[in-house]
Each structure stands twice: as C-alpha cells, then as structure tokens.
Design a protein around this ligand. Structure first.
Ligand code: SAH
Length: 219
C-alpha cells in the first residue's frame, strides 16, 4: 500500500491528536507503523479509518483511537524496557505500538492462527514482542511482574492472576462489561494489597472467551 505514511499521519492528526491525546512518543509511534500490514488484504483499504476492522475468525483490529487511548492510560510515562502483558493479540497492532514506544511486550492470543500471523508480522517489522498462544485469563507468570497489563477483549471480571502478576504501582487497563454489549474502560492501579480504580470512555470490544483454538491439521 503505497503512501501509507500519509494515511498514518492523517489518522494520527484527525482521529487521535484532535481528540486530546498529546503524548508525542505515542503519536510518533502510530505514525511510524504500517497499520495495513496487520489487516487482511481484502480490508486493507479500511486500515487507517476511524473504526475497528475485521481481521478474520470473527475478530477485529481495534479502532486507532481506542488503541491510542488505552496505551496512553496504560503507561503515562514509559521508560525503555517497561514490561507489558497484553491479553488478546488479535492482529498484533497494539503490541507493535507498545514495542515501537520501547516497551518489552508479551502478548497472549487464544486463536492459534491469529497468534502465528501476528507473530510473523511483528517479526517482519523488527519488533521483539513475544506472542503466546494460550488462554490469557491465566496471564503469563514466568515473565512477571509486569509494569502494565492491557486487556483488549471485553471481560466482566479482573482475574486474580492478572493482579498477582502486576508489579506494585503497575496498572491494568481493561474494557469491563457493565451491561450486555457495553463496556467501559477501567484503569486499576495496584497499591500493595489495595487498588485504585478510575473509569474512562464507554466502548465495545469482542468478548474474552475461554480456552484455546488450535488448528487441526487433519480437518
Ligand atoms: N489488540 C488487538 C485487538 C484484539 S481483538 C489488535 O491490536 O488487533 C481481541 C482478541 O482477543 C481476539 O483476537 C480474540 O481471539 C482474543 N481473545 C479473546 N479471549 C481471549 C483469551 N481468553 N485469551 C487470549 N486471547 C483472547
């Protein structure tokens, strides 16, 4: 897709900066990532549009503004090497944004086919983000504690595993289901055995589901 830098620049100016997200590190990262590479060919013309876009297997790549908003809430002032766990890799775009900003990213996807595809694109673009195929509700203990956990699928609860794997002072950003078909972004900061909650935008996400879908080579 020739001229993608122009589209990415326009996307950042009109959809993100104009809505009050001023974090330069984040804006620059989103300008520098070829978002269309995370979208299947038949939907690539929509990849810089102001909406979620299908990526196959009934899943979507999140709307650019939502990616920006959640990233901004997750790490207001990231440092090189800030460690992040993402639940719901999907296309891998969110993981690319965090990586481009200098963070170390583990991302969990329950659908093997998506996980493999995302890992391939991330690698092609030179990001070291690690994609794991498993049920993200359990988090990923071996690399914990994380400075931040970002859940990019709608859940009606915050798993104990996530809170346990979060560093003290770390934050979790999650679209929490408040009614059928409606979520609200919640930021929970871990403060010892306590936590501090702040609510943000209403939003809609595909649901967080149980278990793993692995390709059956015999089917
Ligand atoms: N962050 C993604 C968008 C995610 S869409 C992006 O940038 O493109 C939500 C993803 O969460 C889907 O791919 C879905 O398969 C995955 N998902 C749903 N439940 C899950 C679970 N329990 N563990 C891991 N991934 C899950």
């Amino acid at each position: 897709m020739e001229g993608w830098r122009l589209y990415a620049g326009e996307m950042v100016t009109t959809q993100i900066y104009s809505r009050g997200i001023l974090n330069t590190n984040l804006l620059e990262a989103m300008k520098n990532i070829p978002r269309h590479m995370f979208v299947p060919l038949e939907y690539q013309r929509l990849s810089y549009s102001d909406c979620a876009v299908p990526i196959g297997l009934d899943q979507t790549i999140s709307q650019p503004y939502m990616v920006a908003k959640m990233t901004d809430l997750l790490v207001p002032s990231p440092e090189e090497g800030t460690k992040i766990l993402e639940i719901g890799t999907g296309s891998g775009y969110q993981a690319a944004v965090l990586s481009e900003m200098g963070m170390v990213v583990n991302s969990i996807e329950r659908i093997e086919e998506l996980g493999i595809r995302a890992q391939k694109v991330l690698r092609e673009l030179g990001y070291s983000a690690k994609v794991l195929v498993s049920d993200g509700r359990n988090g990923y203990e071996p690399d914990s504690p994380y400075d931040g956990i970002i859940v990019t699928a709608a859940s009606d609860r915050i798993e104990d595993a996530w809170m346990n794997q979060l560093a003290n002072g770390g934050r979790i950003v999650i679209p929490l289901r408040i009614k059928p078909g409606l979520e609200q972004l919640l930021v929970r900061v871990k403060r010892g055995s306590q936590c501090q909650d702040t609510w943000y935008d209403y939003c809609q996400f595909v649901p967080l589901l149980k278990g793993v879908i692995v390709d059956d080579p015999f089917s």
